[in-house]
Design a binder for this molecule. Sequence first.
Ligand SMILES: *Cc1c(COP(=O)(O)O)cnc(C)c1O
Ligand SMILES: [Zn+2]
Length: 398
Amino acid sequence: MIGADMNSFLSHLECAWCGETYEANQLWNLCPACGKPLLARYDLDAARSIFTRTAVQSRSPNLWRYAEMLPVQDPAFRISLGEGYTPLVKLNRLGAALGLKHLYAKDESFNPTGSFKARGLAMAVSRAAELGAKAVAIPTAGNAGSAMAAYAARIGLPAYIYAPQDVPAPFIAEMRALGAEVTLVEGLITDCARYVRQGVEEGRWFDVSTLKEPYRVEGKKTMGYELAEHFDGSLPDIIIYPTGGGTGIIGMWKAFGEMEQLGWIDSQRPRMISVQSTGCAPIVRAYEQGVEFAEPWQNARTIADGLRVPAAVGDFLILRAVRESGGTALAVEDEDTLLALTEIGSQEGLFVAPEAAATFVALKTLVERGDIQADERVVLFLTGTGLKYTHLINGPAH
Ligand SMILES: *Cc1c(COP(=O)(O)O)cnc(C)c1O
Ligand SMILES: [Zn+2]
């Protein structure tokens, strides 16, 4: 059960770049001192004896089962549509074809609105409402907007969405049906972000852009806690993650650190593999160049809309996680992604989004390179459903 007895151990916010600390019980966006993301910090020592893997086991199968390590204080603000605790599915046929004994998918299409964006937005909208926001706004490639609209509707906050004009029609329909005001913008998600910023300056709404507020990453970190539960207190050897803003990589990496301090896991970490499209690969380029920040990508183009993020505010955090883990970053061709999409569908029965399919292309490359051993445990993050991307199957890509 989600109980009123589960108390958040949130203690303060800390800038991921300059280390400045901030009081957590008010609305913050980026660090006022340096403009980088703020991260939530918890009293892990105090939580250690209460927030155990055993204690969590009997709780409701959604992400609020980790309430002690989540920021929402008042249980009335834990907005839920059943997000999180998604299945870990063994991919026997695809695994066998690649000579891998333990290939898994984390099937995030089970989340409300069909993608893992629900995790982050459940948290950001809940916390924004708890801290007194009167409206929320977001720039989006599709899934984040849908998720924000759903949670805003659920708690009764007006929702404003800015999306590139080529966002697939099912997203627009979904966002409007969920009550959001949708504005289509000529340009990319970075252009949409400008409109959202303008509304912030005018005091119209709170901006829930990823990593520009501290809590979406908290929602997404629950994927890390879930892996520790799925693997009984260990972690997989390799995580393959389709990267746009990188919130999930950053979140899981943060979760691993917390879990070690909480005594859930040891110091072993999965190799974190960041996957982008060759048409928009700022993180891959920065990884290859050995630099700490990613230059914005010019003329970003890919069928995987969630990967069309030319500049990520958390770039240095993605790169740190990839490097510290001994992982890598690689870009895949859209053409291969499309083939992978139907391969995953026809071989394993999962109709996934192109971002998700990109992870399988990356996996094949890593296997060919000899970077993965047959008995290693590999998890592909299948981040969303294919149902909003039927134009890729039936008709021309945009
Ligand atoms: C947003 C999105 C991504 C990228 O997620 P980040 O955590 O922002 O890197 C991947 N897949 C899908 C389906 C998405 O909607
Ligand atoms: Zn700072």
